[in-house]
Structures are given as C-alpha cells and as structure tokens.
Design a protein around this ligand. Structure first.
Ligand code: ZN
Length: 144
C-alpha cells in the first residue's frame, strides 16, 4: 500500500473533534435524529466539518450549529482491501472525500455502491448512520 494510507491504517475513521466535550453532545444528538451538523462562524461565515469551537479564519469563538444539506460531489475515494487488525470483522470498505454543497469537505465511508461504479464528480448524499457497534456515525451513499 502507498504511504498515504498510513493514517487510515491505524484507525480509519475515528471521529476527532476540536470542540469541548460539553458542546459536542449536540453533534451526536443530531446524528441520532438523522442530521449531520457542522459549525459555522457567526462572524465571518466560514463553515467547519468536523465541527470546531474556534474559527481558524477570524479566531472568533462565536459559532453556530448548522445542518448540512447532505448534497455533495465525490472528489476522491479509496477502496480498502487490506484492513487494519481492528477492522478485520468488517467487510472491505471504501473511504471517500466529497465536497458538500456548503463548501466543506467531508471524509466518510461510502456505502451501497460497488467500488467500480464510483466516479469522481458523481453526486453523493451524506447521511447519519449507525456503526456495527450501534454508535452514531455518518456515511456517504450514492445520490439518486
Ligand atoms: Zn470566523
């Protein structure tokens, strides 16, 4: 595998947020309600996903939660056949990055599609989902 896979190998999609634990609860709650939430700076309007508490553009801490439309365009994807030890129980999977309508890039697994059917530029939908362990998460599926 190429060296670019290094970070994916150790723990492909551990969700990491630069946001206080007291405020991240809203994100998980959103997923449980079927919403994927981002944060947006009230001062300069920049949107962040995964959500952050501080704007890297203008250093404001005045952030608001916004629900993503879920509409995105596939930018790149990687089909992972050789899985890290911690993922041996899972089927081979595909990780994708899509640019959402709102302008943010999202990294997530893509489901319900054959890897051979994936094309850069195709429309995808980001939606709330549940992991095999029952934890809330988010995935891409092909848009209809
Ligand atoms: Zn800002």
């Amino acid at each position: 595998m190429a060296s670019g896979y290094a970070t994916l190998k150790s723990r492909p999609l551990k969700l990491v947020f630069d946001i206080p634990i007291s405020r991240i609860e809203k994100f998980w709650q959103g997923l449980k309600e079927g919403k994927v939430l981002a944060t947006r700076c009230r001062k300069c309007g920049k949107m962040f996903f995964p959500p952050v508490a501080d704007c890297s553009e203008c250093y404001s801490q005045d952030m608001e939660w916004v629900e993503l439309s879920g509409e995105g365009e596939l930018e790149t994807f990687t089909h992972i056949l050789v899985r890290p030890a911690s993922f041996q129980d899972e089927e081979p999977y595909t990780v994708a990055i899509a640019r959402m309508k709102e302008g943010v890039r999202v990294l997530a697994w893509i489901k319900d599609v054959e890897p051979t059917d994936l094309k850069v530029g195709m429309k995808v939908k980001l939606k709330a989902d549940t992991t095999l362990e029952g934890e809330p998460t988010y995935v891409f599926v092909p848009a209809e």
